[in-house]
Design a protein around this ligand. Structure first.
Ligand SMILES: [Zn+2]
Length: 171
């Protein structure tokens, strides 16, 4: 819940009660977040790394053995809501795990990083996290492309997308 919503809801006395309900609901969501519980040590995990900003542990439902998650200590659903320090740390710790996996006895010919940002993109836990997935030939995992994939767009169409994004980059 954003701060502006809280402010708006506290405008009238009737809304005051609803505001409390919303805050309680928000607190409940925070309370139930499995990754926050792992960060706090309330739920056990097979931890492989921890520092001031991130924690990394084994995924309990691995795509392949060795599948790890790097999780921000701060609770944010979207990666873009994390500060630059935490975002950078997620990637640098993923790099350490990537190198360790390749040296380990775990079967790992190459590595996928996967980040699902929101439910439609496949996010199952609403707390920013990066998957580090060891890959080997014919492991059965892969990305599914839409039927029309492969069609190249014209320069004009690409520039239209580019300018649409550029317009909002500094916001
Ligand atoms: Zn959380």
């Amino acid at each position: 819940m954003c701060i502006s919503l809280v402010v708006k809801l506290t405008r009238s006395r009737d809304d005051h009660y609803r505001n409390h309900q919303l805050i309680a609901h928000h607190a409940l969501i925070m309370e139930e977040c499995i990754f926050c519980k792992i960060v706090k040590g309330e739920v056990p995990s097979s931890k492989i790394y921890e520092d001031d900003l991130v924690i990394a542990f084994m995924d309990i439902k691995p795509v392949n053995p060795g599948h790890a998650l790097v999780v921000s200590k701060e609770h944010q659903k979207y990666i873009s809501d994390l500060d630059d320090k935490s975002t950078a740390r997620l990637i640098s710790v993923a790099g350490k795990i990537n190198k360790a996996l390749r040296k380990s006895e775990i079967r790992c010919e190459d590595v996928n990083y996967f980040l699902a940002d929101g439910e439609v993109a496949g996010q199952e836990v609403a707390h920013a996290h990066l998957h580090i997935i060891p890959r080997f030939k014919n492991d059965g995992f892969g990305l599914k492309f839409p039927a029309e994939y492969g069609k190249m767009l014209s320069g004009e169409e690409l520039n239209k997308s580019a300018s649409n994004i550029i317009k909002y980059l500094d916001e």
